[in-house]
Design a protein around this ligand. Structure first.
Ligand SMILES: NC(=O)c1ccc[n+]([C@@H]2O[C@H](COP(=O)([O-])OP(=O)(O)OC[C@H]3O[C@@H](n4cnc5c(N)ncnc54)[C@H](OP(=O)(O)O)[C@@H]3O)[C@@H](O)[C@H]2O)c1
Length: 250
């Protein structure tokens, strides 16, 4: 159980109230349909270097950003670095907590237009025999469960948005899996498949929404590029974006 900051309350598995204030976005009717300005974007797993880059780029572009993480200290550091975003502490692996988060977000900000899922992590090594259950549980929880929970909780928002967008960051290991990284590659493959299924739901509903998979080998040094690509998700028609797999390389 993580320690919570004084300004949040409740159990560590539930979403605390917003910390900060979204102030820099125009009301929905003023939003330009072809940009992210005016959109509400939730960044799930926002406290890494990539998360900070994405949150900062989105706020600079005029989006209202809801940044979510599970660790109070890291959220505090994120608020200091990106004060235009609001932050919520939530264990995104806990579906009840995520539905609680969605209720609070809806009450305080309305429906979201974008979900950028960044919760990840790595476990590997030891050949195939070394692909242990603990490592699988960690990867399944972080990579797959948090994605399932957040997309299920916010799918109706993305379907109803005039410009709904979902994006994840996957790995080249899905295309070139190795025995010593089988757990990781399998979890990432599951996340990609889940994301494409969400996109099929968008198409079936004829919603102007898109699900996109970014693919990297490593993220270090690519954080700014990823952030720019996330902002640009709103510059392209949903139909052209949905079900795409976009490689990012230095
Ligand atoms: N790093 C790489 O080289 C690399 C390579 C290929 C793909 N990727 C993918 O790119 C994405 C971003 O990578 P990253 O390295 O920035 O990710 P990360 O550090 O593994 O995760 C992003 C954030 O998720 C938060 N988080 C973890 N568990 C959570 C939970 N249960 N509930 C809420 N938040 C949680 C963590 O913050 P708190 O602990 O503060 O909650 C963390 O800051 C991931 O999907 C990753 O798999 C990364």
């Amino acid at each position: 159980m993580t320690e919570r900051p004084e300004e949040t309350a409740g159990s560590a598995s539930a979403a605390g109230p917003a910390v900060g204030r979204i102030a820099a976005y125009p009301p929905e009717e003023d939003a330009d349909a072809s940009t992210v300005a005016g959109r509400i974007v939730l960044v799930a797993g926002a406290t890494s270097a990539a998360g900070l880059a994405v949150v900062s780029a989105l706020t600079r572009a005029g989006a209202g950003v809801i940044a979510v993480g599970s660790n109070a200290e890291r959220l505090r550091a994120l608020r200091a670095a990106a004060p235009a975003a609001v932050t919520y502490q939530c264990d995104l692996a806990d579906f009840a907590a995520v539905t609680g988060l969605a209720a609070v977000v809806h009450a305080e900000h309305g429906p979201i237009d974008g979900l950028i899922h960044l919760v990840g992590g790595w476990r590997g090594g030891g050949g195939l025999a070394g692909q242990g259950d603990d490592d699988w549980d960690f990867l399944h929880r972080n990579v797959v469960t948090t994605l399932r929970n957040t997309t299920r909780a916010f799918n109706a928002d993305l379907l109803a948005s005039p410009a709904g967008r979902l994006a994840i960051v996957s790995s080249v290991s899905v295309d070139n899996p190795v025995a010593g990284g089988a757990n990781y590659a399998a979890a990432k493959a599951a996340a990609e498949t889940w994301t494409r299924a969400v996109g099929q739901g968008f198409r079936k509903a004829a919603a102007p929404a898109a699900a996109v998979v970014f693919v990297v080998k490593g993220l270090e040094g690519l954080e700014t590029e990823l952030a720019a690509r996330v902002v640009a998700l709103w510059d392209t028609d949903a139909a052209a974006l949905d079900n795409t797999r976009v490689f990012l390389a230095p």
